[in-house]
Design a protein around this ligand. Structure first.
Ligand SMILES: CC(C)(COP(=O)(O)OP(=O)(O)OC[C@H]1O[C@@H](n2cnc3c(N)ncnc32)[C@H](O)[C@@H]1OP(=O)(O)O)[C@@H](O)C(=O)NCCC(=O)NCCS
Length: 217
């Protein structure tokens, strides 16, 4: 009985996410507040792949912040679009919202990696693309978490952040996240040069870099 309920939750949630991601850009928009100013976080949908402006923007932001990702590579519109379709739209439990305030896109926030049994999810791809509106990133993450609680019945969130990304660690602590574990990382040869990957278990304590796992409390 309990397992049947869990299966129901999983299939209903995935069906809902799929419908939203194919529903057209602008249809899923979460209203948030930044001090006294309203702003929105808008779900990126399959039709966005046709927008050169959006693909260019996502590519530029990715390049400018590449130090905080596991891999670095030459960014192009073609590559960003392929990532957008294959690694975001086609991945059933992944969503990305773009932050729009006063007519301008300033960053994005996302959800990825649901634990359907626990009804939790990781917050993913949190990125400030433009410098304006200090404090808006925290408002956007909170807005997305509230939305996930109301609309996807999520009960909690976790995340992974690189151990040397001290600004981001502090940002998440201010949002109420606490470290629960560390995953050692190791450099390996990737398609575009060295990239970071999960290290073998016995690497614990020897790693130069870790993924810090944090959970909302
Ligand atoms: C992590 C990241 C999203 C944090 O963004 P941020 O700009 O620090 O977050 P906020 O917009 O919430 O701004 C917070 C700052 O604004 C300040 N602030 C909040 N409200 C404010 C307001 N109304 N007016 C002025 N300042 C304000 C806060 O005090 C805080 O300042 P501090 O950093 O000196 O403590 C950003 O650094 C980033 O995109 N980094 C690169 C990508 C990355 O590492 N992502 C995380 C991967 S896990």
């Amino acid at each position: 009985m309990e397992n049947a309920l869990k299966d129901d939750y999983k299939s209903l949630t995935l069906a809902k996410i799929k419908k939203l991601k194919h529903g057209g850009f602008g249809r899923t928009s979460i209203k948030c507040m930044y001090a006294d100013l309203g702003f929105e976080i808008i779900l990126l949908t399959s039709d966005c792949a046709k927008s050169q402006e959006l693909m260019e923007l996502l590519g530029r932001w990715r390049k400018e912040n590449e130090a905080w990702y596991l891999s670095q590579f030459p960014v192009s519109i073609r590559r960003t679009t392929r990532w957008f379709v294959d690694k975001l739209i086609e991945v059933p439990d992944r969503m990305l919202f773009i932050i729009k305030i006063s007519g301008k896109y300033v960053g994005h926030v996302g959800l990825f990696g649901f634990d359907f049994d626990k009804r939790t999810c990781e917050i993913d791809n949190i990125l400030r693309g433009e410098k304006d509106f200090p404090g808006i990133m925290g408002c956007a993450v909170r807005g997305m978490m509230d939305w996930g609680g109301r609309n996807l019945k999520l009960r909690g969130y976790s995340l992974k952040v690189l151990s040397d990304n001290l600004r981001a660690v502090r940002f998440y602590q201010k949002l109420g996240y606490q470290e629960t574990s560390r995953i050692p990382l190791i450099q390996v040869n990737g398609r575009d040069g060295l990239e970071w990957a999960q290290a073998p278990q016995d690497y614990e304590g020897k790693a130069a870099r870790y993924y810090v796992v944090m959970e909302s409390v």
